[in-house]
Design a protein around this ligand. Structure first.
Ligand SMILES: CC(C)CCC[C@@H](C)[C@H]1CC[C@H]2[C@@H]3CC=C4C[C@@H](O)CC[C@]4(C)[C@H]3CC[C@]12C
Length: 866
């Protein structure tokens, strides 16, 4: 098995499909950069990985069927697919590629039975390949497939096929969109004349609403939208371009038909070979000898060639291998195509007589024209989309907050794409964004399962449905009594939709997100130290656990606590917490909840935040660091380090891992968060029971109700299930095996207008509050005293940005100073230690609260951070 981490380490440029060298990727030394991308079409290789772009200069024109010139042939066969968690490794899956959609089944026989395990729309996917290990990764935002071919020749064929299908699917999407737009324009009376149809706004709005495109109920919106339509010239551009396209496509059709009539028989080029591969239906499985002679999956392809009874002209085995070996980007030496695949390549397409060559050139030129037209249409539509959004946004304040809405009311990627959505998706997918890891070598077991589509056991979905129904029947948690703390932030969150996230992510490929400086407009006014504290929002579950005599029931409450920590993410995908500077601290004293917490940024490289909380009932500590992997469309956060809880009454010491958090569609407006993976909770002081919690990865085609699903079991020493519970990490957890079945946890109601205030819960809002009587007690390193964060909280985004730059600059200076002296930063309130398994951990050194009381931080020597 090849390693996972290095595969994601990608760092140079590549000319995929095109025989040219593209500019080398330059990573700026300073992480903060708003510069545009060095080259939109640059391709990158980090280590052995390459991001495969669409072959812009080269059209894959299928010539098999002149009436359907652009449909690439089917491709099917076994590939290895990275296993779902919790198991590592690979399993063999039968893949079936047709009309731009890749589906897979457990085996070949499941295909005709329709037992599809997963499917991925290639037009939405960023494709990365590793030719050394024959690996292909597809990231479609919602779904990521990691695949491996068993030989280099099959790898070559699959990549060629996938490329062709992706291009096909994208073009198809563009056609659908332009067709849609045309019909919209036609129904609005613009007509074919291409003159600026002088339409009354009422006419346009009426026809649009009649076709159900615009919400007819909202007349204010309709009026705005019709005003927008009136100003728009882009629809006319689209119509002109599409007419041009139509003419060109007719020409293409004619050329291809002529080409087909010509005889094959001459040498062919790499381009030909790729084209042939793209065009044909291929079954990549070795035909097995079968009594009836009928083999599923081959009958269609092999029998066609056989039925034609054609001698293989034009291609000879030796030729094919020599040509393959020159192949532009798939490898220095590509082995010959296996016989059983080779025999499926119909030779009639290799028509390269001089006349054939000329036709071929014409086809390419015409295809390019079509491509350019479609690009123009696409740009025009994107522009229209933006305008439509603006109009919509001014009418609907929540529109701008749509991102932060609960996942189950959003998920636009799961409905049929709208014109606007698809245009954005198309744009996203055609950008060269590479997949990378913040770590050079990452063997993290967590990441292993994280990116595959989980295939929950049968019954999972129905169990969650039941849990969900029970949760909704359970009373809401009592609204917490007034604590005298603030109930709102001083200022609303800024609009950050203009910030060029793509350039930032590009420029910081391979870096820890926790070290990447972003414009303050992307930040939320809490930092990662404070977010650690947020995990204690439902600390009452630990209090309950400490008052529960039965060890199995106790475990249920510990599990509910572990899950509750993830619920803060529900409305928080638009802003990033501030990165604490080295030596920054944060304290949180909650008399009302009976705990106090301290946290400190203990290490900068890698960034590590440590925390420790105490109460009469429990202690809670963890040191958090995470790696991030950028797959082109999604950003995975892989936390390392364990969470620890001890309970005073029973002396239990629970320890558990964290799951992966994935920010899907990170660059687009369809961004959403998902947690997935398995948590194991162990009690290090007793073997009586363990707990397994599964954060189920949602299925792309699943119903909205299986999003954010969590299921868990408490097991006794022998592995028997003692308790079962489940629900959704943003809605609550129900346990039906307790003496009285009940909802063990439900999130607190959100404060008023929470979407306008970063999606913060009341608890989150209180974190950065600085009451006057607290100020003199804090060390000057406390996050509440950090001026940039405060400025942002108060709504001064530009000032915050400048201050942030300054603070980061100061941190760099301090680091240089230390390095000059050959010294290392020593954290003030935490020390490095080893846990029972020998892992490095950061634990409290017990000095914070003592110093705070005596002599008080005003009288100690403190470092100046800002
Ligand atoms: C680029 C920006 C604007 C996109 C937003 C990024 C946000 C959503 C990311 C950045 C850092 C991320 C956090 C980093 C670490 C953890 C700890 C983990 O155990 C739970 C998820 C959690 C708490 C992440 C939630 C999502 C997060 C807040």
């Amino acid at each position: 098995m090849d390693s996972y981490g290095p595969s994601l380490n990608r760092s140079q440029s590549l000319a995929s499909g095109l025989e040219k060298t593209s500019p080398t990727w330059n990573k700026p030394s300073h992480s903060r950069s708003s510069s545009t991308l060095s080259s939109r079409h640059s391709r990158q290789i980090i280590k052995d990985w390459e991001v495969i772009d669409d072959p812009h200069g080269e059209m894959h024109t299928g010539v098999e069927n002149p009436h359907d010139v652009s449909t690439p042939g089917i491709c099917e066969g076994y590939l290895h697919k990275r296993r779902k968690w919790p198991l590592k490794g690979w399993h063999k899956r039968y893949f079936f590629l047709e009309a731009g959609v890749l589906r897979y089944c457990k085996n070949q026989h499941d295909v005709p039975r329709g037992r599809v395990q997963g499917s991925l729309d290639l037009s939405l996917a960023v494709m990365s390949i590793n030719k050394k290990s024959n690996r292909i990764d597809l990231d479609a935002g919602d779904i990521i497939y990691h695949m491996k071919a068993k030989s280099h020749d099959l790898f070559y064929i699959w990549v060629t096929k996938l490329q062709a299908h992706r291009l096909y699917k994208k073009n198809e999407a563009a056609h659908v969109h332009s067709g849609f737009f045309c019909s919209l324009s036609h129904s609005a009376g613009i007509g074919q004349s291409q003159t600026n149809g002088d339409l009354s706004s009422a006419g346009r709005a009426d026809s649009a609403s009649a076709s159900g495109v615009l919400p007819s109920a909202n007349t204010a919106v309709n009026t705005k939208v019709s005003a927008w339509l009136q100003q728009s010239h882009d629809p006319d551009i689209c119509i002109q371009e599409l007419n041009r396209c139509h003419v060109d496509l007719n020409e293409l059709n004619r050329l291809i038909q002529r080409l087909q009539t010509l005889e094959a028989g001459q040498a062919f080029t790499n381009g030909d070979l790729k084209r042939i591969i793209s065009t044909h239906n291929l079954s990549l499985e070795k035909p097995k000898k079968h009594r009836s002679g009928k083999i599923w999956g081959h009958s269609r392809t092999l029998s066609r060639v056989e039925a034609l009874g054609m001698p293989i002209r034009g291609i000879t085995k030796s030729l094919s291998s020599s040509h393959l070996s020159n192949s532009s980007h798939l490898g220095t030496s590509v082995p010959s195509i296996p016989d059983y695949v080779y025999s499926q390549l119909c030779p009639s397409t290799i028509t390269l007589t001089p006349e054939g060559k000329k036709i071929h050139q014409d086809i390419c030129a015409t295809s390019l024209r079509v491509f350019t037209s479609l690009k123009t249409v696409h740009e025009a539509l994107s522009h229209e989309r933006q305008k439509l959004q603006e109009v919509w946004g001014t009418n609907n304040i929540h529109q701008s907050n749509a991102l932060a809405e609960p996942v189950d009311v959003r998920r636009s990627s799961h409905r049929a794409p709208s014109v606007a959505d698809s245009a954005a998706e198309y744009f996203d997918a055609s950008d060269d964004i590479l997949c990378c890891s913040s770590e050079a070598s990452d063997e993290s077991g967590l990441s292993d399962g994280s990116t595959t589509n989980s295939e929950p056991e049968e019954g999972h979905v129905s169990a969650t449905r039941k849990y969900r129904a029970s949760i909704s029947k359970s009373p809401n948690s009592v609204i917490p009594k007034s604590t005298g703390r603030r109930t709102s932030l001083p200022a609303q969150c800024p609009d950050n939709s203009h910030v060029g996230l793509m350039a930032i992510l590009y420029n910081n490929i391979g870096k820890d997100l926790a070290r990447v400086s972003m414009p303050a407009a992307l930040n939320e006014p809490v930092n990662l130290l404070q977010r650690l504290c947020e995990e204690l929002e439902y600390s009452e579950l630990l209090d309950t656990a400490n008052n529960t005599a039965d060890p199995y029931q106790r475990m249920v409450y510990i599990a509910a606590f572990a899950i509750s920590g993830y619920s803060t993410a529900t409305f928080r995908n638009r802003y990033k917490p501030f990165n604490p500077v080295l030596g920054e601290t944060f304290e949180c004293v909650r008399e009302d909840r009976g705990f106090r917490l301290i946290s400190e940024q203990v290490c900068h490289h890698p960034p590590i935040s440590a925390c420790h909380a105490d109460s009469d009932n429990f202690s809670f500590w963890q040191d958090q660091r995470w790696k991030n992997k950028f797959w082109g469309k999604s950003l995975e956060i892989l936390p390392t380090g364990m969470v620890n809880v001890t309970l005073s009454r029973y002396g239990d010491h629970y320890e558990w891992n964290k799951v992966v958090t994935c920010i899907h569609n990170v660059l687009s407006q369809q961004r959403y968060l998902e947690h997935y993976g398995e948590v194991t909770i162990r009690n290090l002081k007793s073997n009586a029971c363990t707990c397994k919690i599964t954060f189920v990865k949602s299925r792309y085609w699943g119903s909205e109700t299986n999003k954010n699903e969590v299921q868990g079991t408490v097991l006794d020493q022998s592995g028997s299930v003692i308790h079962r519970f489940g629900g959704l990490w943003h809605e609550g957890i129900f346990c039906d095996t307790l003496p009285t079945p009940k909802c063990v946890w439900k999130p607190n109601p959100m404060p008023k207008d929470y979407l306008l205030y970063y999606g913060f819960s009341t608890f989150a809002m209180e974190l950065n509050e600085l009451p006057p009587d607290l100020k003199p007690l804090l060390p000057p390193t406390d996050s509440r005293l950090r001026p940039d964060q405060k400025l942002l909280e108060d709504g001064y985004v530009d000032e915050s940005d400048r201050k942030k730059d300054h603070i980061e600059e100061c941190q760099r200076e301090r680091r240089k100073e230390l390095a000059k002296k050959g010294e290392e930063h020593i954290p003030r309130f935490f020390k490095k230690s080893k846990d029972l398994c020998g892992r490095d951990v950061w634990v409290t050194n017990g000095t914070y609260w003592k110093l705070r009381e005596d002599p008080g931080f005003a009288k100690t020597t403190n470092i100046t951070l800002w």
